[in-house]
Design a protein around this ligand. Structure first.
Ligand code: TYD
Ligand code: MG
Length: 460
């Protein structure tokens, strides 16, 4: 009988496993990502023919409405954080927090840990990245140095687990999962095999001991958590901490959450003394200058249950080059191409020979299709050199036919805009104009917006 293989080639990008080396991973298409790693059978693996035949303890079946214990959430006390977790952290759970280097993951988690520790939650912070002195320095800066967090700087999984078993904490931060290594594997720290094995062990420990575990994960250039796409499947929740380095606010966004909503975001500001919940989050992405010049329009957005107003800025100018440039920040470039195509074919607006730039203020990212109408308004306003009506907001999805489609939670968007002092709203048809106090102008088709903002735009 052939011996089972002792090594396999594992893609460091997506975790696909191959028997032979290849230059390109067939699963994800990345080049030069296959690395040889030792394989070991999982401990206590069942032999196929024996599985299920032995007598012994059995799995239990229960009814869907059977009484079970609901988890008692640990409330952190930082609203923006609790909101993303779904009302607090669930014991015996694992959460992965990813983000670019330097975005503030360690700061956020040290602040959370300090807060919990001060409230009497037994808290451990394990750093595999920084020396104790660095973390203490940060704690001083955050003014939390006197809170009873137990700190360890260690990368050896075996030692970490031994310490955790002894300390039996309620809340554990591992910063970061990529720095840990387990001596049961030969692969290098940071490789998919190591990251997966370490995460698996830690998650298993958390589920057994009832602790809430938070793993910090690094993000690749492409914006996914480095290597361990596999880790995303092991944990209960995956959050991304994002923001523009040049701006001071940061957004914590849930992309997976077994215990809460995935469309909630937490908005923070990075100050000299750490992260603070943003004061007026819905107005953060409006620029201060008065709208006098053309090319800006405010989008009334929703992030989960929270309304956010964001300014979309466009610049349409004659191109000095043969091939005009199209460039976006905070907006999907495919969506911009589509909007321009609809404006050209359905409304006769011509962008030929024009450079087109689209940017969202403050480093906010528009993910909603409802941002289309605001983007189109900014484009038209810049093209015509004609500012949009003062203190106005826009929302609505634009279909390929040029029709403007409704968006979810329209009345909430209008209410928030009114609260922030806006007076007019350009919206899809059928929006009840009543309570909000705004003057509501329905835009059924994109051509109506063109007639309003750029009546004599260059025709195709
Ligand atoms: P850090 O939490 O180390 O980021 P990460 O763990 O995601 O790599 O934060 C790094 C940045 O935050 C660093 O550039 C300095 C800045 N910062 C502040 O502006 N104020 C503060 O109080 C702290 C602690 C950091
Ligand atoms: Mg860090």
């Amino acid at each position: 009988m052939a011996k089972p293989p002792t090594s396999a080639f594992v893609c460091q990008n997506c975790g696909a496993v191959y028997a032979k080396w290849a230059g390109r991973c067939e699963a994800c298409g990345e080049w030069n990502t296959l690395v040889e790693e030792a394989v070991s059978a999982p401990p206590g693996a069942l032999k196929a023919e024996k599985a299920g035949t032995k007598r012994g303890p059995k799995a239990e079946f229960i009814a869907l409405d059977a009484e079970t214990e609901t988890p008692n959430r640990i409330v952190i006390g930082v609203d923006e954080l609790d909101r993303v977790f779904g009302g607090g952290i669930v014991p015996a759970s694992a959460t992965l927090i990813g983000g670019d280097p330097g975005i503030g993951k360690s700061t956020l988690l040290l602040q959370a840990a300090a807060r919990l520790a001060r409230n009497g939650v037994k808290t451990v912070y394990v750093s595999g990245e920084e020396a104790a002195a660095q973390i203490q320095e940060r704690a001083k800066r955050l003014k939390v140095a006197n809170s009873p967090v137990q700190l360890a700087t260690e990368t050896d999984l075996r030692k970490i687990l031994a310490a955790l078993k002894e300390a039996s904490p309620d809340f554990v931060v591992i910063d970061s999962i990529q720095t840990l290594w387990s001596d049961s594997l030969e692969a290098a720290p940071g490789s998919v095999a190591q990251v997966r094995a370490c995460a698996q062990e830690l998650v298993r420990w958390a589920k057994k001991s009832g602790a809430a575990l938070v793993l910090v994960g690094h993000v690749t250039k492409e914006g996914t958590i480095a290597g361990p796409r596999v880790v995303e499947h092991l944990v209960d929740a995956v959050f991304y901490f994002e923001g523009e380095r040049g701006h001071q606010f940061r957004i914590l966004r849930a992309v997976k959450n077994r215990f809460g909503p995935t469309d909630e975001i937490g908005i923070f500001e990075m100050h000299q003394y750490g992260l603070a919940p943003a004061k007026e989050p819905s107005a953060l992405f409006l620029s201060a200058e008065d709208e006098g010049s053309g090319g800006t329009a405010v989008f009334a957005a929703m992030e989960g249950s929270r309304p956010v107003l964001a300014e979309v800025q466009a610049l349409v100018a004659k191109s000095p080059f043969g091939t005009p440039r199209r460039s976006v920040i905070g907006f999907d470039s495919g969506r911009l191409a589509m909007l321009m195509a609809v404006l050209e074919t359905r409304c006769g607006v011509n962008f030929a020979g024009m450079d087109v730039y689209l940017s969202v203020a403050g480093g906010y990212r528009i993910n909603e299709p409802a941002g289309d109408l605001a983007a189109a308004a900014a484009l038209l306003s810049s093209l015509a050199g004609n500012p949009v009506p003062k203190r106005s907001v826009f929302f609505g999805e634009i279909a390929l036919s040029g029709a403007v489609r409704p968006a979810p939670r329209m009345d909430q968007r209008l209410k928030e805009a009114a609260r922030l002092g806006f007076r007019t709203a350009f919206v899809p048809e059928g929006v009840p104009s009543a309570e909000s106090g705004l003057t509501v102008t329905p835009i059924a088709r994109l051509i109506a917006l063109v007639d309003l903002l750029a009546p004599d735009a260059p025709d195709a």
